[in-house]
Design a protein around this ligand. Structure first.
Ligand SMILES: Nc1nc2c(c(=O)[nH]1)N[C@H]1C(S)=C(S)[C@@H](COP(=O)(O)O)O[C@H]1N2
Ligand SMILES: [Mo]
Length: 431
């Protein structure tokens, strides 16, 4: 019998496209699955495992692990070799310690985990297990019993934060600055999010300003660092604002914050883009400068149109709205469409109107504003749900745009706001 060829994980990782061939591993076996991709019953999602192990992917899509025939009947004929540097998945660091995740999330990647929420209109407050996940690397493993953080070099335990400072609660929506990136043309680098990099929770924790001393007012920025070494900063004006509601949160929807979302302590900066809501907080410092690193002083979150453009990093989010559901119904022979979606703006600016058009923006009708519309319009940290019903017409071309309390509204075309990183796409949403 011919002995099988030997490949390393590094060899396998070079085979991720149809051009190179698509390889995957299971246990110590290497498979060339190129010919199978188009026939995969679950569709293109199998590409998450391209050039990689199947085990973590099957941990989410459990129908595979319970089905022995997959290995024997489907994979076996595609086997091309053995791993020379095999390490059982149970022993490999650090992704093995990743939390369990829900199959309803729409995964873009697993290493690190990037996944969109789903069924948005079913829950104004997104259930923890359906919250979108955007991780830059693996999820830190933390023992909360002896967790502490440093504020201006002084150590404070999580226990003291919980016990010695008043607990507050706020509802905020967090939206990734890259949400709706996939609509940009030409395509940019970065996770190709549709509109689901957004979720809402009730956070419980302490106001950051309660932890800062009176001298803080002399600083210009508050810098934060996390266990996964991400660094960001926010302006001191936001941090100390008694109406700014910047929070160190330890609870998410009445439970401990889940590991994917920052256990045991997360920064909540209401009205600011996702990245400023730093998870796994470890260090806080009052400074005269913004944090260094790609996420703040670097280029990752600058919506530059050209390489040379000087433009600040993104903090508050612009006004946004999205059509999530369109349901058709019949009433005495008349056909109707119910259009539903969400709208929100940055900086706490409330939504005063959502316009919906069924003729591509020639004429508009205003939608009914539902949950969220009762928020204080100067501190509207969470989205507003809306809906509207139309009689069916020929050639329906449905789109929406929202207006916030400052009478900012959404640009018509994303070509007018295209930027190199594919950030803050808030153009009219069309379906
Ligand atoms: N420490 C840390 N904080 C982080 C991130 C991260 O990778 N590490 N991702 C940021 C980004 S880009 C976004 S959009 C949100 C996502 O939060 P979520 O995963 O809880 O939805 O967290 C932000 N905070
Ligand atoms: Mo993000």
């Amino acid at each position: 019998m011919l002995s099988l060829a030997g490949f390393s994980y590094s060899d396998v990782s070079k085979h991720k496209t149809k051009k190179t061939g698509i390889w995957m591993t299971y246990k110590d076996n290497v498979y060339d699955v190129t010919g199978f991709i188009d026939n995969h019953p679950g569709g293109n999602i199998i590409m998450l495992a391209a050039g990689n192990r199947l085990e973590p992917y099957w941990n989410i899509y459990k129908q595979h692990t319970n089905n022995k025939n997959i290995v024997n009947d489907i994979l076996e004929p595609m086997k091309i070799g053995k791993l020379t540097d095999y390490v059982p998945y149970e022993q490999c660091d650090p992704y093995i310690r990743e939390p369990k995740r829900n199959q309803l999330l729409k995964f873009h990647s697993i290493f690190p985990c990037n996944a969109e929420t789903s069924n948005i209109m079913d829950n104004y407050i997104t259930p923890n297990k359906l919250w979108y996940i955007r991780n830059h690397s693996h999820v830190p493993l933390v023992n909360a019993d002896n967790y502490n953080i440093y504020i201006n070099g002084t150590e404070i335990t999580l226990k003291d934060i919980k016990e010695k400072f008043p607990k507050n609660e706020i509802i905020t929506t967090i939206q990734c600055a890259g949400n709706r990136r996939s609509e940009y043309n030409p395509k940019t680098s970065g996770t190709q999010w549709n509109y689901g990099a957004i979720s809402t929770a009730k956070w419980g924790g302490v106001w950051l300003r309660d932890l800062l001393n009176d001298d803080s007012i002399k600083g210009k920025h508050v810098q934060f660092e996390s266990l996964d070494s991400v660094k960001i900063s926010i302006p001191i004006e936001k941090a100390l604002n008694p109406f700014g509601d910047v929070m160190l949160a330890y609870e998410m929807n009445n439970e401990d914050i889940s590991r994917d979302h920052g256990y045991p302590l997360r920064l909540i900066v209401p009205g600011y883009v996702g990245i400023r809501n730093l998870k796994w907080i470890k260090k806080i410092d009052i400074c005269d400068t913004e944090a260094d690193g790609p996420w703040q002083s670097g280029i990752s979150y600058r919506p530059r149109r050209t390489k040379d453009e000087k433009i600040p990093t993104i903090q508050e989010y612009p006004v946004q709205s999205v059509i999530v559901e369109i349901n058709r119904y019949d009433d005495n022979g008349e056909k109707y469409y119910v259009v539903k979606g969400f709208a929100l703006s940055g900086g706490g600016r409330g939504i005063i109107r959502v316009d919906v058009s069924i003729n591509g923006g020639k004429t508009w009708k205003d939608a009914k504003l539902r949950e969220g519309s009762e928020q204080n319009v100067n501190k509207a940290w969470a989205w507003t749900f809306w809906d509207i019903t139309f009689k069916e017409t020929k050639n329906m071309d449905i789109c929406c745009k929202a207006t916030d309390t400052s009478y900012n509204t959404q640009p018509q075309e994303n070509k007018d706001i295209w930027n190199m990183r594919g950030l803050i796409n808030n153009s009219w949403h069309r379906v």
